[in-house]
Ligand binder design. Structure first.
Ligand code: BES
Ligand code: MN
Ligand code: MN
Length: 460
């Protein structure tokens, strides 16, 4: 891999310039106003894949945004690595909280990244991460050092639930056939700790509305007598957790797999600094389910959170009003073996049961996703572990993440493939938030590590 690594070193600046081109496109899948940008982003990926020396590069139409496919088959007898990533990004809101434009990438030094980090929406999630694979594969192809077959599948709807990808995968099983799926769309536990994500949470998401009177009412004339949907909604939400931080939906924990004492002891080895944690997000204290550590609460335990709540008057000054309707968006992160569809039903039944008879409650389920745990052994895992340990010069550790990549469970169902989650981000990248950034160290470390994954995976 020497020639490949040399090539990577010599082309560092070009790789970064190219990533900037990608980051400048506001490929926001959630907002129809950006449809053309998302489509342009797909085309630009195709261009980079072609330039990297891949064959059969295709922008495949789906019912939604296209899936970009490419491959390099050097020998049918050799194993095949399928790389998955997503070129869509979350909306950048709130815009006024960004120190520089979300689609005007810049390098800035930070405490964690004194050598610089790339600031832009999508820098870490996931443009900067899937692009590492395009560059690593380019380097291997250019130096005749690609040791096995490779396929790319980059989608444009991950941030809105990967709705078209399932159909695409089902229709293209032969084309997508592989021996392992390699994904960089998660984080390391710390910048200097080589680590592999072995679990993702699932998701259930429901929008709720509580309706009182047919119109907003004068809060003097009607206050105290007519139901106030915002007051009611808040009371209902407050009942969703008990005093120990447990979720009160009947049956919610029935299928939750509890980890063994050994597994929990293993998890507790992941370094954790409470003060640094609190400081990093500006909280006075932590919070959560009794009996579990912070790392457990945010990965192996299910949660319920209000993501947004609105209703009534929120403009300037005061308006004395009893609103007609109140709304909230509520998400639940799920763990094995909770089923998102069942949990959504349970939530809706229970939520409706909490309402007094003075209001009407309606619930609208949104996209969800299955939780996923992958084994910390097997050929793919071992190759990633060896690659990371090699480039970091340290032992690689497994950890479970709290985020969701729902399509990973479907890959296993439909393609029978295991995924390896070799992400190079950091929690401090603040993905989905203002000032998302991705360390130059992480970007280059990823490009350096990926060829070793291929080398070790192709061995024996
Ligand atoms: N890349 C993230 C998921 C992630 C980030 C997993 C960090 C682990 C560590 C992905 O793009 C994402 O944001 N997923 C969504 C789910 C989706 C259904 C909108 C999420 O987790 O909220
Ligand atoms: Mn992502
Ligand atoms: Mn995301």
């Amino acid at each position: 891999m020497d020639a490949t690594q040399m090539f990577i070193k010599e082309n560092q600046q070009r790789f970064l310039d190219e990533l900037f081109q990608i980051l400048k496109i506001p490929s926001i899948s959630a907002d129809p106003a950006y449809t053309q940008d998302v489509l342009d982003m797909a085309e630009l990926n195709a261009k980079f894949l072609k330039n990297a020396g891949l064959d059969n590069v295709e922008v495949c139409e789906t019912e939604g945004y296209p899936v970009v496919y490419a491959e390099k088959i050097i020998d049918e007898k050799l194993p095949t690595v399928l790389i998955y990533g997503h070129y869509d990004v979350q909306p950048p809101d709130p815009l006024d909280k960004w120190d520089s434009g979300p689609f005007e990438p810049v390098i800035k030094k930070t405490e964690i990244h004194p050598e610089g980090a790339i600031f832009a929406r999508g820098a870490a999630d996931d443009k900067g991460q899937y692009f590492m694979h395009i560059k690593a594969v380019e380097a291997m192809i250019a130096n005749n050092q690609l040791p096995c077959n490779v396929k790319f599948m980059i989608e444009g709807e991950e941030e809105v639930g990967s709705e078209s990808l399932g159909g695409f995968v089902k229709k293209n099983k032969e084309k997508l056939k592989n021996d392992v799926i390699l994904i960089s769309d998660t984080s390391l536990v710390a910048k200097d700790i080589p680590s592999l994500c072995t679990g993702l949470r699932g998701l259930s998401y429901v929008e709720v509305s509580v309706k009182g009177a047919d119109m907003d009412l004068h809060s003097g004339i009607y206050g105290g007598a007519a139901p106030n949907p915002i007051n009611v909604l808040c009371q209902m939400i407050a009942k969703l957790h008990d005093e120990n931080g447990k979720i009160t939906i009947p049956g919610f924990y029935d299928n939750v797999i509890e980890l063994s004492t050994n597994e929990r002891a293993e998890m507790a080895k992941v370094p954790f600094d409470l003060d640094a944690y609190k400081n990093s997000i500006g909280i006075k204290n932590i919070h959560g389910e009794k009996g579990y550590s912070t790392n457990e609460r945010n990965s192996i335990r299910p949660t319920l959170d209000v993501n947004g709540i609105w209703g009534g008057y929120t403009g300037e000054g005061a308006k004395t009003v009893i609103p007609s309707v109140a709304h909230a968006k509520i998400s639940m992160r799920l763990v094995p073996d909770q089923n998102p569809e069942k949990i959504t039903e349970m939530f809706m039944d229970y939520f409706k049961s909490l309402a007094p008879d003075s209001v009407e409650v309606s619930c609208k389920p949104h996209h969800g996703g299955l939780p996923y745990v992958l084994p910390s052994d097997g050929k793919g895992y071992e190759a990633a572990k060896k690659a990371l340990s090699h480039t970091f010069g340290k032992e690689t550790i497994p950890f479970r993440s709290g985020g969701s990549i729902p399509i990973v469970a479907l890959f296993e169902q439909e393609l029978g493939s295991k995924s390896v989650l070799m992400g190079f981000g950091l929690d401090s990248d603040v993905i989905h938030s203002p000032n998302e950034n991705y360390g130059l160290f992480n970007f280059y470390k990823g490009i350096e590590t990926i060829p070793y994954f291929f080398e070790y995976f192709a061995q024996d």
